[in-house]
Design a binder for this molecule. Structure first.
Ligand SMILES: *Cc1c(COP(=O)(O)O)cnc(C)c1O
Length: 355
């Protein structure tokens, strides 16, 4: 048997989470499958969702073309638009929707070698100050875009910087700025990512853009009885058991010393698999379904766990790194990051798809 590290992806749970996003949002919802569906496998996830969704969203044209070539025929939005004007030809060829985030890009559309009208989502900067045209310029951008004569439909989109913080005044302010910017213009709107779909019902607009919540991730504290469920179980096995006396060092840097005789499980998973090296001793894992802890440093291919107080643990026992029973967000917090990053980093694991 080969190395026992697996990422088991539950496609029915993915569909469940999408339908939850739809119900909470109340309008149409794009399933965001950028970055290989946050590490879950873009083609498999998009195929499982295709019959349910109002469309997909990705970050790059390569990601969009991969979906088209796999037979996905639902709308696909490029969330950051094009990076080079020549991509507009591919946007037309592959029948994609595109974001536009600067006035200068309107000229790209004017001069592009295209013959079909485009669906353009104008990105409005309502306070995040990353990509987007200034809110005050929206009406002008809208008029100029229409004047190109190359537009089928315009959607106004904005993105929140603090939607995962329930007590921040930032989101209401962004909503207000965006609402004023688009007032009186006949455009559909899109405001919400996962955090906003879950926590800011006032912000929903016509189109949601659900990313991490599809995969059961969320950086927001639970505020509703219905909550996304984990889609990935990231599991490995104990490949060796060591019995150490009290006072012995363990692993690189001898960062951990046993304070009592300790049964140590060596687990086939390390930072080269995407498990964060930054986690300290005490970070939770499930061994045979029982909560235990990482002891010592995570190394490239292995990590070590405390088997004292765990019943029945031996070579071959299952170790859950995250998934059902252990939210990735908990591991992420221990590493000083967010579950998004953990999901995206998973590699070298056998991907198993279950319905
Ligand atoms: C990635 C992305 C999303 C999805 O965000 P989540 O927090 O994962 O739901 C939504 N909108 C834009 C513009 C994005 O880039």
């Amino acid at each position: 048997m080969s190395r026992p590290l697996t990422a088991t992806i539950h496609l029915s749970t993915l569909r469940h989470n999408y339908l939850l996003a739809k119900r909470l949002h109340g309008g149409r919802v794009l399933a965001v499958v950028k970055a290989n569906a946050y590490g879950h496998g873009a083609v498999r996830c998009a195929s499982a969702l295709a019959s349910l969704v109002d469309g997909f969203a990705v970050a790059t044209i390569e990601e969009a073309i991969q979906l088209r070539e796999a037979g996905i025929d639902r709308p696909i939005l490029l969330l950051e638009g094009w990076f080079e004007p020549c991509e507009l030809v591919l946007i037309q060829q592959y029948d994609l929707w595109t974001a536009l985030h600067s006035m200068a890009q309107i000229v790209d559309i004017e001069v592009a070698n295209i013959h079909k009208p485009l669906t353009v989502w104008i990105k409005v900067d309502s306070g995040m100050h990353r990509l987007g045209i200034n809110a005050g310029d929206f009406a002008l951008a809208h008029a100029r875009l229409l004047a190109t004569g190359r537009i089928d439909k315009i959607v106004a989109m904005t993105h929140f910087s603090r939607a995962d913080e329930l007590d921040s005044q930032c989101t209401p302010q962004q909503i207000d700025r965006f609402t004023k910017a688009v007032a009186g213009l006949n455009v559909e709107t899109s405001l919400s990512n996962s955090g906003s779909i879950l926590a800011w019902p006032a912000a929903h607009g016509d189109w949601g853009r659900a990313g991490v919540m599809l995969y059961g991730g969320t950086s927001t504290d639970r505020v509703l009885p219905d909550w996304p469920l984990p889609v990935m179980n990231f599991d490995s096995k104990i490949i060796a058991v060591r019995e150490l006396a009290a006072g012995e060092p363990l692993g690189y840097g001898a960062r951990f010393h046993t304070d009592r005789p300790t049964r140590v499980g060596v687990v086939a998973c390390g930072y080269a698999d995407g498990y964060p090296r930054a986690v300290p001793t005490g970070t939770p894992v499930l061994v045979n379904g029982q909560r235990s802890r990482i002891i010592g440093r995570v190394s490239m291919d292995m990590l070590t766990v405390d088997l004292n107080d765990i019943t029945g643990a031996d070579v071959g026992s299952t170790v859950r790194l995250w998934g059902e029973g252990l939210p990735a967000s908990e591991v992420a917090a221990a590493a000083g990051t967010i579950d998004y990053e953990l999901f995206c980093n998973v590699k070298r694991a056998h991907q198993i798809y279950e319905d």
